[in-house]
Every structure is written in structure tokens, then in C-alpha cells.
Design a protein around this ligand. Structure first.
Ligand code: PMP
Ligand code: GLN
Length: 398
């Protein structure tokens, strides 16, 4: 069959209007730049050390013994759904029924997409904390909804939420709050007081909440508080997490959704037509991972906290303004001290200037000017890699 003819004047003539504003993701662009230039990649957030060998062995055992090699059940294998519910009870005292209140997805990415596609009507407004993770804007657009950013602003060396701004952003058309704590890219962890205020607002305005908590085990001060545990939230909150971050297997793409039965049932309806199922054998391995002893989770956090301090100190010494992250494995910096005015241009030339790749936060804002001078570095890398990156970045000031 002959290809349909394409209108002239665009390099993506077939792309629909909902997605016209979206190009190649910044992570793909910057990882390709790192590969092309042989630079140290502190851009895309993936560890350069795989997770526990015991869990990798569980995955290979599953493949070799025929566990999950054929389509697993739509909601996920029962072993994993039970492990997810047990994990939520063990760490936060929150009970979910593995039969009806847990859904396994192709990473948190599919969980976010399926939730938004299932819960939103065209024209609904969705409030999201800005700067936002790139898939949020695209999925809101695919759902035909409108995003309303509430911007986290630098204050006292970190990024903070203005609760009055959040309240003022709610309109009669607001259907859903899309939260992310710990927050990528800023590293902000919402406080108990902020979460309580958000919960009150959601109840008062009868809003649904989708909360992306993929960095739940990377909170360096205090501990992670799931929004679903606040008064009135259990029945209106879709909680999302992922094995990618917690167990350092980002390529396995095993994520999950936890919510009341009617919400999970809605999300499952969308999910079954996106991937139907995924990652069969990996689901068994992640079930085992979720049962790892506390020492695993404590060790993982302590290791990343040490790396945060190593990279943070190095970036400061190299001349960056550093916003101290309370969670995640990212550090947002400001490049104004170098006389730089454009993060994207800075990141494009960083490989040739010093052989390092980073992410411009400006792409995570509706108005790129708001984050024009912000650059994100990840610290989920070997110590030697972080030391070498910092040595190279020192050359920037000269
Ligand atoms: N949400 C946030 C905030 C993220 O940083 C990421 C990146 N891993 C995801 C969702 C996607 O997670 P997954 O790889 O499990 O799809
Ligand atoms: N979550 C990772 C990051 O923020 C990237 C994941 C992706 O490439 N989509 O860097």
C-alpha cells in the first residue's frame, strides 16, 4: 500500500494536535548526546549499578522455570499484588486488598497514563506541581484535559510549595491533583503539614488525587508519608510506585497502582488496552524484592544520601548554586554564577566543554523562562564516576 501523503511544512506531519507540542523526550535527547560524545551521563536517572544479585537471579529463575513467560493475569501475578499490599502495610500501615485494590503496570509511566486516561474527561483541569516530570504533560494532553501548573519556587536553598497558590488554582473545572513526592526534579519532599493541607483541599473541593511516589524509599530527612494515609484521602487517591527506582532495575518496567476498588477498576479498564500485561517473569522477581529485609531499604537510602552529599559538595565547589534535595536521586542547580542564562543551551554544550551530560529543567515548565537557569544532575552513579564528573565540572569556572 502506498503511504498516505503528508502535508508539507512539518517534520511530523501526521502527529495529532494533542501531541503537537511534544518532541523527543529530554531524557532520550540527552542520553543520545552522552553516547555520541562519550560523556559522563548525569542526565537521565538510571543507576550504573544493577540492583541486588538475589533479585536478578529470581528473574532469571522465573524465565528458566517458565514463571510468567506467557501472558500473566491482567491485574498482575497474585504473588506480586500480595507483595505490594504487604509492603504498603509494612512501611506505612496502609491496608490494600491485593485482589481488588492493587494493579501492576508497565512501570509508573503506564500507571500515570492509565490513571489519567481513565479518570479524566476532555476539558477537565488537572493541577500538577511544576516543574513536572515530562510524561505528566503529555498524558494530560492525550486525555484531552488541561494542565494547570502550580510552581514550586526556590526559597531558602530548596523548592517549596505555596499552599495559597495551590488553593487559588482550583476552579469548578478542576477534577484531579497530580502530585509527586519526593519530587523529580527538585528533590522536594512535601511535609506532613503540606500533605494535610492538600488532603483538606481535596476533600473540600471533592477532587481526585493521583500521587506519584516512585522515590518513596529515597527520603533523606524524616520519612515518606503517603498522601493516601491522610484523613479523607483513602477513597479519592490513586497511589503509584515502581520497582525501577527502589530496586535499581529501571529496565524491567514494573510499576503499580494502589487505590480503592472502584478507582482501580477504572484504571484497569484503560490499562488493559495500553499494554494489557507486561514483564511476566520480572513480576515474580519484584515480588521477592518487596519482601527484602529493612536492611536493604536502609542501606539503599544511606548509600544514595552519601552520593547526594558527594555530588552536592562537588557541584558547589565547582561554582554551581545547589538546591539541596530532601529526596530522589537528583540535584537541581542554578547556572547563573557562571554567567549562563539558558539551561538548554548550557546542557547542549556541556559535553564539549567538559564531557558531562545533565538535564535542563526549563523543559519541565509550561513557561520555560521560569526554569531558564536550572540544570539537574543525577547522583545514582558509582562514586568514581561522580568524582570524575565533579573534577571535569571544576573546569567550567576557569
Ligand atoms: N515518575 C517519576 C517522578 C519519575 O522520575 C519516573 C522516572 N523513572 C517515572 C515516574 C517513571 O517510572 P517507570 O520507569 O517505573 O515507568
Ligand atoms: N525518570 C527518569 C528521569 O527523570 C527518566 C525516565 C525516562 O527516561 N523516561 O531522569
Amino acid at each position: 500500500m502506498a503511504p498516505m501523503s503528508a502535508p508539507a511544512g512539518s517534520d511530523r506531519p501526521f502527529l495529532n494536535r494533542r501531541l503537537a507540542a511534544f518532541g523527543t523526550t529530554i531524557f532520550a535527547e540527552m542520553s543520545a548526546l552522552a553516547a555520541r560524545t562519550g560523556s559522563i551521563n548525569l542526565g537521565q536517572g538510571f543507576p550504573d549499578t544493577d540492583g541486588p544479585a538475589q533479585i536478578a537471579e529470581a528473574a532469571s529463575r522465573a524465565v528458566l522455570t517458565g514463571l510468567g513467560n506467557q501472558y500473566p493475569p491482567g491485574p498482575g501475578v497474585p504473588e506480586l499484588r500480595t507483595a505490594i499490599a504487604t509492603h504498603q502495610q509494612r512501611f506505612y500501615g496502609l491496608g490494600y486488598d491485593p485482589e481488588t485494590e492493587v494493579l501492576v503496570t508497565a512501570g509508573a509511566t503506564e500507571a500515570i497514563a492509565a490513571s489519567l486516561l481513565a479518570l479524566l474527561e476532555p476539558g477537565d483541569e488537572v493541577i500538577a506541581l511544576e516543574p513536572f516530570y515530562d510524561s505528566y504533560a503529555a498524558c494530560i494532553a492525550m486525555a484531552g484535559a488541561t494542565r494547570v501548573p502550580v510552581t514550586l519556587r526556590p526559597h531558602g536553598g530548596a523548592f517549596v510549595l505555596d499552599l495559597d497558590e495551590l488553593r487559588a488554582a482550583v476552579t469548578p473545572r478542576t477534577r484531579l491533583l497530580l502530585l509527586n513526592t519526593p519530587h523529580n526534579p527538585t528533590g522536594t519532599v512535601l511535609t506532613s503539614g503540606e500533605l494535610a493541607a492538600i488532603a483538606e483541599l481535596a476533600v473540600e473541593r471533592d477532587l481526585l488525587v493521583v500521587t506519584d511516589e516512585v522515590y518513596e524509599h529515597l527520603v533523606f530527612e524524616g520519612s515518606h508519608l503517603p498522601l493516601a494515609g491522610f484523613p479523607g484521602m483513602r477513597e479519592r487517591t490513586v497511589s503509584i510506585s515502581s520497582a525501577g527506582k527502589t530496586f535499581s532495575f529501571t529496565g524491567w518496567k514494573v510499576g503499580w497502582v494502589m487505590a480503592d476498588g472502584p478507582l482501580v477498576s477504572a484504571v484497569r479498564t484503560a490499562k488493559q488496552y495500553l499494554t494489557y500485561v507486561s514483564a511476566g517473569p520480572f513480576q515474580y522477581a519484584v515480588a521477592e524484592a518487596l519482601h527484602l529485609p529493612d536492611s536493604y531499604f536502609d542501606g539503599f537510602r544511606a548509600d544514595l544520601q552519601r552520593k547526594r552529599d558527594l555530588l552536592g559538595d562537588g557541584l558547589r565547589a565547582a561554582g554551581f548554586e545547589v538546591y539541596q534535595p530532601e529526596g530522589t536521586y537528583f540535584i537541581t542547580t542554578d547556572i547563573t554564577p557562571f554567567g549562563e542564562k539558558d539551561a538548554h543551551a548550557f546542557c547542549r554544550t556541556l559535553p564539549e566543554r567538559c564531557g558531562v551530560v545533565a538535564i535542563p529543567n526549563s523543559v519541565f515548565y509550561d513557561d520555560p523562562d521560569t526554569g531558564r537557569t536550572q540544570v539537574r544532575f543525577t547522583f545514582c552513579k558509582k562514586d568514581g564516576v561522580l568524582h570524575e564528573a565533579v573534577n571535569r565540572l571544576r573546569g567550567l569556572a576557569s
